[in-house]
Structures are given as structure tokens and as C-alpha cells.
Design a protein around this ligand. Structure first.
Ligand SMILES: Cc1ncc(COP(=O)(O)O)c(C=O)c1O
Length: 425
């Protein structure tokens, strides 16, 4: 299928023909925890990996597999694993690479949940994050002989900064380190395709634009199949299991995917339900159409808000005023993302704005078909120290706006009425 365009792959990859047993055109929801074996020999062969087949629902499900294969195709990867949440995908990647004594060089603007995994799980276990500005020079200076990964987000939340993925991939590779990109804001490969820019591992919260309708929680890991895991820095990839096989043997051209599957599904059991995988598949079928519309509307709203007297500052990489604008032009495609942030006069005016919106929903999610807003200072980033919040580009008066699919005229009308009562900056 790899010759097809993105718009075709989002409908067909992972399901190349109708369901063979029923001829159902949509991917069926295989609601089963287990699968029968034709005979004892087959059971043994499936368990040993000699033969492909479904064993048990914690690791195998055809609906989940169709979703995984479709997302891998859209991201240009060689393999992948779907998981129960974006957070599950993050935890799986970090523990697939870490050992006590190792470190990850990460952008200081990462999603708070990613820092929570470092603080609550990695650090007590002896591995740590080194948080730096997501700039090539800062990343190069921080990598040392114990670094086992560089971690970026394609578009940061809520500062909307865009790192130079291609330049940072080169730096990481020169030091024998893989680049991981949380591409949640890159919308399933439509706005950003980190693998084509040199990333080795892509992570997603499928809860956001992939599902696209705010109806489930899910995540995924995608393996570019590009990284050489043979170095001493990554002993887990060449250690033999009790059957005498390494992940390099088992994974074919996607060894990281084999390790993520083993840790995330087999060992930790962070399995995506087939019902959620079905919703994710439905979301992917219209991904490019939805995301294009949201990005176009986000740009129009950003330009309009920039001129609004009640707004102090608009933060959107599609605006020439954003410090990442030039990098975003060559790192993103089709648009500049579906989220913008803006600053009102102060925290009180930000709260008043949230209380005034009617059409726009006030909630802690992004990537919904409906437009949503939040004040990160008092909610999503509230557990961080003031210094960490400011480091992530969060100020008390900041509002994050994830633009959905409503008419821009109606969105402007709702935002305008919510702003009229506020102090002019
Ligand atoms: C950039 C980013 N990464 C990861 C996550 C975690 O995903 P989930 O909520 O699906 O666990 C989120 C959730 O908001 C996110 O925005």
C-alpha cells in the first residue's frame, strides 16, 4: 500500500480487503479475549513465533492490529504498537530504553504527564530526564555517554514552539542516540511526519486528533526501523530470551516495536480495547479533512485575535511573530497545527473569558471535533512549580484554544462575545 497517498492510506491501510469471513466493509470490532488454535502443533508454533497468529487479547486483536497498521502507514514507520493511552505509550518507550544510570535529554516544554513518568517512575529507579531548550546546540551539549534517548514534541503545549527535528535528529545520531518525537500535535502524520525528518520512534496520544471526536483514550508507538540497536548502550536489544532470541531477531525491520510490544502489552498489559481501536479507525478515515479544516480555522482565528484589543499576545507558529515560524515552515506541512494560545490581561480576565464562552467548551482535552479552551496555569499545568510553568511558556493569563470544525464565523462570534466584557489590554 505504500505507494498510495495519505488520503487513501487513512481509509485503506491495515484493511486491504473486506473482512474475509463476513465480507463486512468496515473493520469489525473483534470483542474477544482469546482465539482458538486449529491443533496443538499450531498453538505451539504461534507461541514460539514460528507461525503468525492471534494468541490472547492482551497482546493480539485484529481490530487493534488494523488500527496499528494504518497509523504505521500514515507515519511512514516499519512497525508499531497500539496502547491503552498516550501515557501508556510514553511509559513503554521510556522503560524500553532506560536502565539505572541512564538519562534522556528532553525538551523542557514537554507535556506534564511525560515529566510525571520521569519523576514518579524513572527517577526512583535510577534513570533521569535532563531538560533543555529544544534547540540543536542545547541538545548537543546535554548528551553524554549515558544518554539513551532524546525526546521532543513536534509542537509544544501550549507554547506552540516547533523544534528543528531534522537538525536534532542529526545531532542525536552522531552520538549514537535515538530521537523520539511525541507527535500528538502533529496529528497522525498529517501536519508533521517526524520519521521523514529523521526521528526513530514516534509516540501518539490517539485520544486527540487521531480519534478526533473526544470519545476514547488511546496511544501508540511507531518504530521507524532506522536505528542501529547493536551498540553497548542498548544491551536489552541483544540479550537472548529463554528461547535464545533477541529483539533484533524477533523484530525483523522493527526491533524497537518488538520490545515495546513485549513490555507495553505482554508485560505491563496496557492494552487498547478493540472498541477504542474501532473509534480510532473511524477517526483516521477523515483525519486529513478534519485536521486541514481545523488548521485553516486556527490560522484565521490567530490572525483575527492578534488585532483584538482585549488580547495581549497570540501564540501560534503560523504567525510571523512566533519565534518558531521559520522552523515550522520546513518542519510542518499542510498547516501550522490546530491549537493556538493567547494571553488576556491577567488571570481574572482569563477566568472571566472561560466563564463567558457558550459555543466553545471549557475542558481538559485537545483535538476534538468541537472547539475547546482551558487555562493551563490553573489546570493542566497546575501541579508544576511556577518556574517550570513559566519555562513551558505558561503564564497565568494564558488561554489554550484547540480549534474544531465549527464555522469560523460562529467561533469568532462566540469568542468576541466572551471577550467584550473583559478589560482592554
Ligand atoms: C502531547 C501529549 N502527549 C501525551 C499525552 C498523554 O495522552 P493520554 O491522555 O492519551 O494518555 C497528552 C495528553 O494530553 C498530550 O497532550
Amino acid at each position: 500500500m505504500s505507494d498510495y497517498d495519505f488520503d487513501t492510506l487513512q481509509l485503506h491501510a491495515g484493511q486491504e480487503s473486506a473482512d474475509p469471513s463476513t465480507k463486512a466493509r468496515a473493520v469489525p470490532i473483534y470483542a474477544t479475549s482469546s482465539f482458538t488454535f486449529d491443533d496443538a502443533e499450531t498453538a505451539a508454533d504461534v507461541f514460539s513465533g514460528k507461525q503468525k497468529g492471534n494468541q490472547y487479547g492482551r497482546m493480539h486483536n485484529p481490530t487493534v492490529q488494523a488500527f496499528t497498521d494504518r497509523l504505521v502507514a500514515l507515519e511512514g514507520g516499519k512497525g508499531g504498537v497500539a496502547l491503552s493511552s498516550g501515557q501508556a505509550a510514553t511509559t513503554t518507550i521510556l522503560f524500553a530504553l532506560a536502565r539505572p544510570g541512564t538519562n534522556f535529554v528532553v525538551s523542557k516544554e514537554l507535556f506534564g504527564g511525560t515529566f510525571a513518568v520521569a519523576r514518579k517512575l524513572l527517577e526512583p529507579w535510577g534513570s533521569k530526564f535532563i531538560a533543555v531548550e529544544p534547540q540543536p546546540e542545547a541538545v548537543a551539549a546535554a548528551i553524554d555517554e549515558n544518554t539513551v534517548g532524546v525526546w521532543l514534541e513536534s509542537i509544544a503545549n501550549p507554547s506552540c514552539s516547533v523544534p528543528d527535528i531534522a537538525a536534532i535528529a542529526e545531532i542525536a545520531h552522531a552520538q549514537g542516540v535515538p530521537l523520539i518525537v511525541d507527535n500528538t500535535w502533529g496529528c497522525g502524520g498529517y501536519i508533521c511526519q517526524p520519521i521523514t525528518l529523521g526521528a526513530d520512534i514516534v509516540m501518539h496520544s490517539a485520544t486527540k486528533w487521531i480519534g478526533g471526536h473526544g470519545t476514547f483514550i488511546g496511544g501508540a508507538v511507531i518504530d521507524a526501523g532506522s536505528f542501529e540497536w547493536g551498540a553497548e548502550r542498548f544491551p536489552a536489544f541483544h540479550q537472548k530470551d529463554p528461547r535464545g532470541k533477541t529483539y533484533l531477531d524477533k523484530g525483523g525491520d522493527a526491533p524497537f516495536s518488538a520490545r515495546a510490544y513485549d513490555l507495553g502489552l505482554f508485560t505491563m498489559g496496557m492494552t487498547l480495547s478493540p472498541h477504542s481501536a474501532f473509534l480510532a479507525l473511524q477517526g483516521l478515515e477523515t483525519l486529513s479533512l478534519r485536521v486541514q479544516r481545523s488548521c485553516d480555522s486556527a490560522l484565521e482565528l490567530a490572525q483575527w485575535l492578534e488585532k483584538h484589543p482585549a488580547i495581549k499576545r497570540v501564540i501560534y507558529p503560523g504567525l510571523t511573530s512566533h519565534s518558531s515560524h521559520m522552523v515550522a515552515k520546513h518542519t510542518l506541512q499542510h498547516g501550522f497545527g490546530a491549537v493556538l494560545s493567547f494571553e488576556t490581561h491577567d488571570l481574572e480576565t482569563a477566568k472571566a473569558f472561560l466563564d463567558n464562552v457558550k459555543l466553545v467548551s471549557h475542558l481538559a482535552n485537545i483535538g476534538d471535533a468541537k472547539t475547546v479552551v482551558i487555562n493551563p496555569w490553573t489546570t493542566t499545568h497546575a501541579s508544576l512549580s511556577e518556574e517550570a510553568k513559566r519555562g513551558a511558556g505558561v503564564s497565568p493569563e494564558l488561554i489554550r484554544l484547540s480549534v474544531g470544525l465549527e464555522s469560523v464565523k460562529d467561533l469568532k462570534a462566540d469568542i468576541a462575545q466572551a471577550l467584550t466584557a473583559l478589560k482592554v489590554v
